[in-house]
Design a protein around this ligand. Structure first.
Ligand SMILES: [Zn+2]
Length: 414
């Protein structure tokens, strides 16, 4: 039997590490595609800083692939087909080396658990126990602390070889569309799957709120008969930020709207209403900068290795000259949303904010990020989950999209 790596660092190259179980003498359970999905229905963390154990209860045994990531410190558990039916609110308790964990779909048919750690660590053991007596099948991951040097050496040792030469970033070609085709509007419900986004005290997650809103808005836009409308995701699955941008480029989008909901940890009851953001190299203000950092962290939360500083300057998003015109259009669209929402009294601030949001980086597509409201505010939470509010707000955003395209057509009649 081939022994595979526990410490692979590129999820794209992940291989199910059935072999992990072999040294422990456990029998392997082959995965049957036709079998019912495995259900994970509880999880907990035990132990202390010297040895921390993560345990997940499963309906039956499953093959897992477990690996480590640094910056920030994370353990990733991938399994082919697991349905999560966990109790609400778990994953937030700090214990031992573990500061939090989250779970969900990483891609269709691919489940993932991401465990956040407080410092450098080693994966000491990973095993999946068969159900026994009154105990369910269990996934067990044992973690022990180490120093930074050992951690990095271990990561490097097991990192799969990089392909020769850096792959150039290729902007996908938009499919050829007839000149009289309807403009394509891409709606991007933020987060999803293993990345829930922010959540309210009652456990309402951003990923649910924004998907429901995006579906409502899509229906309203389609009802005008003026647009082809596409969602970057239409289920509870994760999508990396770059793929959201590429999706819009492939579709030949005329407009890209990323939809989110914010959380304001400090002034809990004060912040309310929607805020509209565009891309900029320098953030308009500290709040916008912090928000962009939080939204850009989505990939890390889902267990994707972030590009190194040399690949991309993390703090500064550089906008080249070709993007200036797109930027101007983004601002026109953003003002249109602000105008419509202001007339409904639904805004947090009329001020247009901007920062280095990665998801707004398509060089040729006017792109805006809309934070619908604050899940930290109980009144906003009620609104964000209310159908009446959703209908009204989606109507206002649809009108702002109509206004934007009407202005564009008036300027460039063809
Ligand atoms: Zn968000």
């Amino acid at each position: 039997m081939q022994v595979q790596r526990v410490w692979a660092v590129a999820p794209a190259l992940a291989i199910a590490v059935s072999a992990l179980l072999a040294p422990l003498g456990a029998a392997l359970s082959p995965v049957h595609a036709a079998a019912k999905p495995v259900v994970a229905n509880d999880a907990r963390v035990a132990g202390d800083r010297e040895r921390t154990r993560f345990i997940a209860d499963l309906s039956k045994k499953v093959d897992v692939h477990v690996f480590a990531l640094g910056n920030p410190y994370r353990v990733i558990v991938d399994a082919p087909d697991v349905s999560f039916q966990m109790p609400d609110g778990i994953g937030k308790e700090k214990r031992g080396l573990v500061t939090a964990y989250r779970y969900g779909l990483f891609a269709p048919g691919k489940a993932r658990i991401v465990i956040d750690l407080a410092g450098p660590f080693l994966i000491d053991k990973v095993f999946v126990l068969e159900p026994r007596d009154d105990q369910p099948a269990r996934l067990v991951v044992d973690l022990v602390p180490t120093d930074e040097k050992t951690f990095l050496a271990k990561l490097k040792e097991t990192k799969p070889p990089q392909p020769e030469g850096a792959a150039p970033t290729v902007i996908p070609q938009a499919a050829a569309r007839p000149a009289d085709a309807k403009p394509v509007v891409v709606l991007d419900p933020g987060h999803g799957g293993v990345d829930p986004g922010t959540s309210s005290a009652a456990g309402i997650t951003e990923k649910e709120v924004v998907l429901t809103f995006a579906r409502t808005l899509k229906a309203k836009l389609e009802a005008t008969g003026h647009y082809e409308v596409c969602l970057t995701r239409d289920e509870d699955t994760f999508l990396p930020l770059r793929e959201r941008v590429e999706f819009a480029q492939k579709k030949g989008a005329g407009l890209f709207l990323s939809i989110h909901a914010d959380y304001f940890p400090n002034k809990i009851d004060k912040a309310t209403g929607a805020t509209v953001y565009t891309l900029s190299e320098d953030a308009s203000d500290e709040e916008a900068r912090a928000l962009a950092a939080k939204e850009n962290f989505s990939d890390a939360l889902a267990g994707i290795e972030l590009p190194s500083d040399s690949d991309e300057v993390l703090a500064n998003i550089l906008i080249d000259l070709a993007q200036r015109e797109t930027q101007n259009r983004s601002v026109v669209f953003a003002r249109s949303i602000v105008g419509e929402l202001a007339s409904k009294g639904a805004l947090h601030t009329k001020k247009l904010r901007s920062a280095g949001f990665r998801v707004l980086k398509a060089p040729d597509i006017p792109s805006v990020l809309l934070e619908l409201g604050f899940l930290s505010n109980p009144d906003d939470e009620k609104r964000l989950t209310s159908e009446v509010w959703r209908e009204k707000t989606a109507e206002a955003v649809a009108e702002s999209i109509e206004a934007y395209f009407a202005k564009r057509l008036a300027r460039n009649p063809s």
